[in-house]
Design a protein around this ligand. Structure first.
Ligand SMILES: Nc1ncnc2c1ncn2[C@@H]1O[C@H](COP(=O)(O)OP(=O)(O)O)[C@@H](O)[C@H]1O
Ligand SMILES: [Mg+2]
Length: 319
C-alpha cells in the first residue's frame, strides 16, 4: 500500500482538487483507493458529495482519544458511486490538537490507524488542511510520499520550503522521511509567468517535479460544486485528462523513487522574490493604484498631475 499526502500550507493551491481528482483517476485504473479528508473545513468531503454535518463517523472519530467517540478506520469509510472510498471529515476535527497536546506519540495516530488497514487498499490519499500543524504532521508521518501542489504564484512557492522544514523536523523526531514531489497546478500555458515558474521548479526539483502539469480548467470547479469527481463530470475535459496522466505517472513510478536530499529541493529566496516581481507586473492597475502612482510621480518630478508639462502629458505623449 502507498500512502500519499497532499500538502502545502497555502490555501487555494489545488490540494483538495488534486486529492479528489487523483483518487478518482487512480481508481479508474482499477487500483483500490481510499481518500482521507484531513481538513476540518471538509472540502474534499463536500466535493465528494457529502454534507460533513450529517456524516455519522469521520476521521475525527478515528483519531480521537475520547473513548465513547472513537472508532476503527474501517468503520468510518463511506462507499460511494465513485471509484474510490472516502473517510469524511467534520468541523470537530479542529479541536483534536487540544486533545493530544500532552501526548508525544500522537504524531503517529493516523499512521497507526492506516497501518491496521493495510490490506484493504493499494493507495491512500490524504487531503491536508492549509496549515502545517498537528494534522499535517500526522499526514506526513503516515505518508510514503508527499505531493506539494504549486499554483503558479509566490505564496505557493514559499509553502514548498515550509513543507520541507516540516519533513526535516519529522525525520529528526521519528526517523521517518517521506519522498517529496512537486506538482504544477493551475498552469496557464498562455502566460510567460507560468513558464518562468515551471523553469525554476524544473531546475530545483528535477525528477521530483511531475512531468504532468494541471492546467486551468473550469470543469474542475464545476465538478466539485456538483459533488462529483471531474472524471464523472466530464471524462473528456482537460481536467480529467490531466489527472489521469498524473495517475499514470504515479502508477508507473511505483517502487522507483530516488531520494533527493531535501536541501537541494529548497527554493532560494531570490527565486521566490523574483517570481514576486513577475507577479506584480501581472497585477492589473486599479484606478486607486493609478492615482497613487500619478500623485507620487507628480511629487517627485515637481510637476502637476494634469495639464501643460504634466506627468500625464509626459507619460501619454506619442514617441
Ligand atoms: N486546475 C484548476 N483549474 C481551475 N480551478 C481550479 C483548479 N484547481 C483548483 N481549482 C479551484 O481553485 C479553488 C481552490 O482549490 P482547492 O483544491 O480547494 O485548493 P486547496 O485545497 O489547496 O485550498 C477551488 O475553487 C477549485 O475549484
Ligand atoms: Mg483544501
Amino acid at each position: 500500500m502507498k500512502v500519499i499526502a497532499i500538502a502545502n500550507q497555502k490555501g487555494g493551491c489545488g490540494k483538495t482538487t488534486t486529492a479528489v481528482a487523483l483518487s478518482a483517476a487512480l481508481g479508474h485504473n482499477g487500483v483500490r483507493v481510499l481518500l482521507i479528508d484531513l481538513d476540518p473545513q471538509a472540502h474534499a468531503t463536500a466535493a465528494a458529495g457529502y454534507n460533513s454535518a450529517k456524516v455519522s463517523k469521520s476521521i475525527y472519530n478515528v483519531m480521537t482519544k475520547v473513548d465513547n467517540r472513537s472508532c476503527e478506520l474501517g468503520d468510518a469509510v463511506l462507499i460511494m458511486e465513485e471509484k474510490f472510498d472516502l473517510v469524511p471529515s467534520c468541523g470537530l476535527l479542529s479541536v483534536i490538537e487540544q486533545e493530544f497536546k500532552d501526548s508525544p506519540h500522537a504524531v503517529s495516530k493516523l499512521h497507526n490507524a492506516i497501518s491496521s488497514n493495510l490490506a484493504a487498499y493499494d493507495y491512500v490519499i490524504i487531503d491536508c488542511p492549509p496549515s502545517l500543524g498537528f494534522l499535517t504532521f500526522n499526514a506526513l508521518r503516515a505518508a510514503n510520499s508527499v505531493i506539494i501542489p504549486i499554483d503558479m504564484g509566490y505564496f505557493s512557492l514559499m509553502g514548498v520550503n515550509k513543507v520541507l522544514d516540516m519533513v526535516e523536523l519529522l525525520d529528526s523526531k521519528t526517523g521517518h522521511k517521506p519522498y517529496v514531489k512537486a506538482l504544477a497546478t493551475m498552469y496557464d500555458r498562455r502566460t510567460t509567468f507560468s513558464e518562468e515558474i515551471i523553469k525554476s521548479l524544473k531546475e530545483r526539483f528535477k525528477e521530483n517535479l511531475f512531468s504532468t502539469r494541471i492546467g486551468v480548467n473550469v470543469d474542475l470547479r464545476k465538478a466539485s460544486r456538483d459533488g462529483i469527481s471531474v472524471l464523472r463530470y466530464d471524462m473528456s475535459s482537460s481536467g480529467a485528462r490531466d489527472y489521469l496522466s498524473l495517475a499514470d505517472e504515479i502508477i508507473e513510478s511505483q517502487g522507483e523513487e530516488p531520494f533527493e536530499e531535501l536541501e537541494s529541493l529548497r527554493i532560494p529566496r531570490e527565486e521566490i522574490a523574483h517570481s514576486l516581481d513577475e507577479e506584480e507586473v501581472e497585477v492589473k492597475p486599479s484606478p486607486t493604484r493609478m492615482r497613487t502612482f500619478f500623485n507620487r510621480l507628480s511629487r517627485i518630478s515637481r510637476r502637476p498631475v494634469f495639464g501643460k508639462d504634466s506627468v500625464f502629458e509626459t507619460l501619454t505623449k506619442k514617441r
